[in-house]
Design a protein around this ligand. Structure first.
Ligand code: PRT
Ligand code: ZN
Length: 290
């Protein structure tokens, strides 16, 4: 591997996290060339190399310093028990590690897991979960197609990742207790601080990632309001900081601009209209540097 002094970030080569990981980096204005089958690609306009790996290998590679940073699901991270620092949740790759049971079965509470055989490819996480809840169940460790285990008779229940729930349905299973809520996270080697040059590159990258994530969760709202309604309108807007108020040519109205949490827009739009706001515009934001 090239030793060009660049910081190294490991991401999944091909899978559910690959596209979103690359998209996040491209939104940070990193110029990444097509990687085809290469293991390492240097970013053209930043002191960063990308390592494309199987997701299961990423936590250990970061722990051992082969890469200083990695992007991986919390499920894989906790299963490998690698000794790394979690820097940031990245808001994609969301899923839930759950106990699932046959459709016609019933699980009234967690105690009903006692004495059952549970198939999973996450034996470490499941073992910790069972221990914490003082449950005595048998873990059947399988690496793929866990959802087939109950119909094959090798387990009573399964513990697997669920996102839409379609896979469970197809296998006549239903989702039950949640073991772990997971999303992609940025992880870091614990000794990175000792390499001051690489640490500075890391801080720059982190500030870009934070600005992209902040922007993704925020929108810029603009509207016209009658002067007399200004106070009512300002009460309604869940602004990140004080809104901007500008005079308009007609002397009766004002323009109000603010940055709001994106998910609040539909909650407040009717209240804004009732309070007299008109010409409401909602715009995406590319970056927010706080
Ligand atoms: O080849 P490599 O080892 O790199 O990839 P992989 O096949 O091991 O992993 P991959 O790409 O499937 O998943 C990578 C990460 O995506 C996981 O570690 C999770 O953090 C996250 N993720 C998000 C998911 C899902 N959603 C998901 N639905 N990982 C797997 N699934 C599977 C699940 O195992 C089940 O088989 O999808 C099926 C269920 O999906 P639904 O939509 O039918 O419920
Ligand atoms: Zn994997």
């Amino acid at each position: 591997m090239s030793n060009n002094g660049n910081l190294k970030l490991a991401i999944q080569k091909s899978g559910r996290l690959s596209e979103s990981s690359l998209q996040l980096l491209r939104n940070c204005n990193l110029d990444i060339e097509k990687f085809n089958d290469r293991l390492v690609v240097s970013v053209r306009n930043f002191k960063l190399d990308l390592l494309f790996l199987r997701d299961d290998d990423i936590p250990e590679y970061v722990q051992d310093g082969v890469a200083e940073l990695g992007i991986v699901g919390q499920d894989v991270l906790y299963e490998t028990k690698a000794d790394v620092k979690v820097i940031k949740k990245l808001g994609f790759g969301r899923c839930s590690l759950r106990i699932a049971i046959p459709e016609n079965d019933d699980l009234r509470d967690i105690e009903d897991l006692n004495g059952k055989r549970i198939a999973t490819s996450f034996p470490n996480i499941l073992k910790d979960f069972l221990r914490q809840n003082k449950i005595d169940a048998k873990i059947v460790n399988i690496s793929g197609s866990v959802e087939a285990a109950p119909s094959l008779g090798i387990a009573d229940y399964i513990c697997d990742l669920v996102s839409t729930g379609n896979t469970l349905k197809l296998n006549k299973l239903k989702s039950s207790i949640s073991v772990l809520e997971s999303e992609a996270v940025l992880i870091k080697n614990k000794n990175l601080k000792n390499h001051s040059y690489k640490y500075q590159i890391f801080l720059k990258l982190l500030s870009r990632i934070e600005s992209v994530l902040n922007a993704k969760n925020s929108k810029y709202i603009m509207m016209n309001v009658p002067k007399k309604s200004l106070n009512d309108i300002l009460q309604i807007i869940p602004s990140l900081k004080s809104p901007t108020v500008l005079p308009l040519a007609d002397d009766e109205s004002l323009a109000v601009h603010a940055v709001i949490p994106a998910e609040k827009f539909w909650e407040i739009v009717d209240d804004l209209k009732s309070a007299g706001a008109s010409g409401i515009l909602l715009l995406p934001i590319e970056n927010i540097i706080i």
